[in-house]
Write a new protein. Structure first.
Length: 291
């Protein structure tokens, strides 16, 4: 059940190959292509709940699940070691980008960069849902680059580092949540490979990603993306339900199930077709005296 045709994971596998490199590229891609800094500047990590939501959707998500369950080999312990090898640098880089975010934001228009950040998340959601649709959409790096050009405003440039410790803490929380999610998938791999439908989770994750930009733009969606991801995870698990034993008990009590009683069922006396039900066709010698 764990076989996946995740378009992002398959494309990255063709580029890099190898378990550790593939997982590193999938989880660090938001740091590399500028999606995570754009989300910081857009205010998606202003509160801890938003950081948890971003961590699960951006650093975790269906691509991470597909890589760990369908592409990585080895025991859960070996996979856990790979996740930690990738996760610790991921957390450190997320903290560095959050510390540099104020300096970057001083030369950008927050309203414009927020709209481009929402647009790039929608593009990622579409690529996650369908590889065919993704072929017609621009790369997230291109969208972020256009957003930086459109929002560039050097008039308020200033060198500010780590002026908001809470923002750095939320960035670390988001990265830690993503790494913790990957660790949970690696540890539960033997069970999830058997009972989880990865492609079903992928579509649910795409819906959650599609809701995230709407909440970033101020629409009344709140934590709906996080709720959608949880619902997707619940419906992706397909546990085998045991059959009701009462049906088997009932069938065991039937004459056919007990064996050898078919003849008793066939030997039921039926009235002769040409005889009225009240008539007795028994010969006189075989009758009782009072008949």
């Amino acid at each position: 059940m764990s076989t996946s045709q995740h378009p992002v994971a398959l494309r990255l596998e063709q580029i890099v190959g190898g378990d550790a490199r593939l997982l590193a590229l999938v989880m660090m891609l938001p740091l590399i292509d500028g999606v995570f800094p754009a989300l910081i500047l857009a205010g998606a990590l202003d509160d801890p709940l938003g950081a948890i939501q971003v961590g699960l959707l951006i650093f975790g998500g269906s691509a991470t699940v597909a890589v760990i369950l369908a592409e990585m080999s080895g025991t859960p312990r070996e996979q856990t070691a790979i996740v930690l090898l990738v996760g610790i640098p991921l957390i450190l880089l997320a903290a560095v980008q959050a510390a540099l975010a104020p300096a970057i934001g001083s030369v950008l228009d927050n309203v414009i960069i927020t709209r481009f950040a929402a647009l790039v998340i929608l593009a990622i959601a579409a690529k996650t849902a369908s590889a065919t649709i993704g072929d017609y959409l621009p790369n997230p790096v291109v969208i972020i680059g256009l957003g930086l050009i459109a929002s560039f405003d050097p008039s308020g440039a200033s060198i500010i580092l780590m002026d908001d410790p809470a923002l750095v803490a939320n960035a670390v929380l988001a990265a830690s949540v993503g790494v913790g999610f990957a660790l949970a998938i690696a540890l539960g791999g033997p069970y999830l490979r058997e009972y989880m439908d990865i492609d079903r989770f992928r579509f649910g994750s795409a819906v959650a990603l599609g809701l995230l930009p709407l909440s970033m733009l101020g629409m009344a969606f709140g934590q709906a993306p996080l709720a959608a991801l949880i619902v997707a995870a619940v419906f992706a698990i397909d546990l085998p339900l045991e059959r009701d034993s009462s049906a088997s008990d009932t069938s065991a009590d039937s004459p056919v199930a007990n064996g050898g009683d078919e003849e008793a069922l066939e030997q039921v006396d039926e009235p002769e077709p040409d005889t009225y039900p009240g008539d007795d066709s028994t010969d006189t010698e075989g009758r009782a005296p009072w008949l």
